[in-house]
Design a protein around this ligand. Structure first.
Ligand SMILES: Cc1ncc(COP(=O)(O)O)c(C=O)c1O
Length: 402
């Protein structure tokens, strides 16, 4: 019976997408992608049309590519829907994330913003203060949700720095204790890693260890905004499990490099995670079905560590070669992850470079002003032969140089 429902659901899905009659099931494997995949035994996008992009943290899947990917997944192992977040691929992904982070449980949420906010709210208990990095998503990019929805006071630290150090935390706590008469309590300390507003800088593991030990000694909980934690791990060689071990809760995005349309995972002790579904519902975040996000994330989670390790190696080779091209200079940042700075000589127009790379080679690059461009590497690097990418850059730079 279940099988029949699944089959009907699948057909219905295809019909709704207008795909039931088009020959989209034909293999779309590109030669380069195929040879790379065969040599490395790692799944690729299997789609030669995926642009090599130096813009995002993951693949830039078009709606059609996304649908094709879901279809391909469904043909391998039929897609299992969840029911209001329970069961199916959503449950499977939760189990995978719990294991990956070494935590008791994980839960799917519709957004990372909600994951961050609910984590600090629940960790904080009756305390009202949460210490957050001044340049963090929680402090700067979540519309003051902590203050307006959860009645928490965020205390920012580390202004004008990429990340705060133990000293900054200790002096902030001291300042609060010495200057506030009515103490309502500090409950949680947050670290974001890698740091979006510091061009993907990774917080050094030693700093995390020191802060974590101090928080444990003083009874403060810790939350990790690890939206892109796999990227940090690939570039620092610190495992996700090790990172997670210093925190009570860890949030990871499903759409930064796991290529889903949206969604987040929050991992932690059962005591916290078991409170989440009620809280998500209160905020109106309980969605009927989430498999369209979780199936894609689950698919790309398989082998992500190996692929990102390969991205690091490939990016190093690529950048070495691109730096040999006259007028192009790419540099990394201190404690950097996948984001570099691309500087162009005055005789190469950033706009023209972007246009030609895209129109003639399906390579996507940000267009910058003043000759400096943010240059991000990601899994799309592996979808094409490296020499082909290098040649495309050489050709376009030669055409443009005045
Ligand atoms: C570091 C960081 N944390 C949290 C989020 C929030 O994710 P969402 O867009 O799913 O709310 C983002 C998204 O850009 C992010 O970069």
């Amino acid at each position: 019976m279940k099988k029949v429902i699944e089959e009907n659901n699948r057909r219905d899905f295809l019909k709704k997408c207008g795909l039931s009659t088009v020959p989209f099931l034909l293999p779309t494997v590109g030669l380069n992608a195929m040879s790379w995949s065969e040599n490395n035994k790692i799944d690729l996008t299997n789609n030669p049309e995926v642009a090599v992009n130096f813009i995002y943290d993951g693949l830039e899947l078009s709606p059609r590519q996304y649908i094709e990917k879901l279809t391909e997944i469904d043909q391998g192992e039929s897609l299992e829907p969840d029911f209001y977040g329970n069961g199916g691929t959503t449950k499977e992904l939760e189990e995978r994330f719990a294991k990956l982070t070494g935590k008791e449980k994980a839960i799917y949420l519709p957004t990372g913003t909600m994951a961050n906010q609910l984590a600090i709210k629940l960790l904080n208990g009756k305390n009202t203060k949460v210490i957050v990095p001044e340049n963090s998503h929680i402090f700067k990019d979540e519309a003051d949700a902590s203050q307006s929805v959860h009645r928490l006071r965020l205390v920012p630290i580390g202004k004008d720095k990429s990340y705060f150090q133990l000293d900054d935390l200790v002096s902030t706590v001291k300042y609060i204790n010495e200057n506030e008469v009515f103490r309502s309590g500090l409950g949680t300390v947050v670290i974001e890693n890698p740091i979006r507003r510091a061009n993907g800088t990774a917080v050094p593991i030693e700093t995390i260890k020191e802060v974590s030990a101090y928080c444990k000694n003083n009874g403060y909980k810790m939350h990790l905004d690890g939206a892109r934690i796999h990227l940090a791990s690939a570039f620092t060689n610190v495992s996700i499990e090790e990172y997670a071990s210093y925190f009570d809760t860890v949030y990871v995005s499903l759409y930064k490099y796991l290529n889903a349309n949206g969604g987040a995972m929050l991992c932690g002790d059962a005591e916290i995670i078991d409170q989440l579904s009620h809280q998500i519902k209160i905020l109106g975040g309980t969605m009927f079905q989430n498999w369209n996000n979780t199936a894609i994330a689950l698919h790309y989670l398989d082998g992500i560590t190996e692929r990102l390790n390969q991205v690091v190696v490939t990016a190093n080779k690529l950048i070495d070669e691109l730096n040999k091209i006259d007028g192009i200079s790419i540099s990394s940042t201190k404690n950097g992850t996948n984001i570099y700075n691309l500087k162009l000589a005055n005789n190469i127009s950033s706009k023209e470079l972007t246009k030609k790379l895209f129109e003639e080679h399906n390579i996507r690059l940000r267009s910058g002003e003043n000759g400096t461009v943010r240059f991000a590497v990601n899994e799309s690097l592996l979808t094409r032969d490296l020499q082909g990418i290098i040649n495309a850059w050489k050709t376009v730079a030669n055409q443009l140089r005045k």
